[in-house]
Design a protein around this ligand. Sequence first.
Ligand code: MG
Ligand code: MG
Length: 258
Amino acid sequence: MIHLRTDEEIEILRENNHLVSDTLAEVAKLVRPGVTTMEFNAVAERFIRSRGAVPGFLGYGGFPYTLCVSVNEQVVHGFPSEYELREGDVVSVDCGTVMKGFYGDSAYTFAVGRIAPEVERLLRVTKEALYKGVEQARAGNRVGDISAAVQLHAETNGFSVVRELVGHGLGREMHEEPEVPNYGTRGRGPLLKEGMVVCIEPMINMGTKAVVFERDGWTVRTRDRKPSAHYEFAVAIRRGGADVLTDFGRIEEALRRS
Ligand code: MG
Ligand code: MG
């Protein structure tokens, strides 16, 4: 079933997603060569708890950490580790919270120092694909309008769209209906209605769209080991357009200052 949220519920979802943005801004301040991804996890968990919330991913389906941290060819669901980031890496950080009975969920891909121009283009195009999807996220459109817009932007720029993982409704559960694929056909799929809250989260690969699930039971990586990028927004569907509940401005401000 697809939930339609009240304005009060949407404000709680906004609070959660702003907390996720603030947490990712704390991570942004740490991104540099030599930092371990486990340091991200420690800082994020402390920060979320200091705001009176609970990490949304920790223990979710048995996931053992506060953050999903996915480096280079890892697409999503990577484990934080003692790996020290190197100049030229890209690192996708996905973060969730629970507060007042609702979830927050967003992701951002960071460049570590100077990265190759083609990888920089992958990050830019993936973020643009997210914004193209958001433009379609309004009442009266269908999920397929979001999906097709994301896919078109990624593929016309020569990149590929992961099929195995998709966006989703967000509310009292982290993953609710409807699924929001990053590929699809305009005019198809569930009708978007005022009050729906969904996560739009393109996972875009530089090379093949094919992915491999690692033996740790969680990490997803590209089959050809070329890099992948991931950006995620939570948005509320309104008549006039999407009400974006995530605030990348907070993350990008932290990046500019560091
Ligand atoms: Mg999500
Ligand atoms: Mg996420």
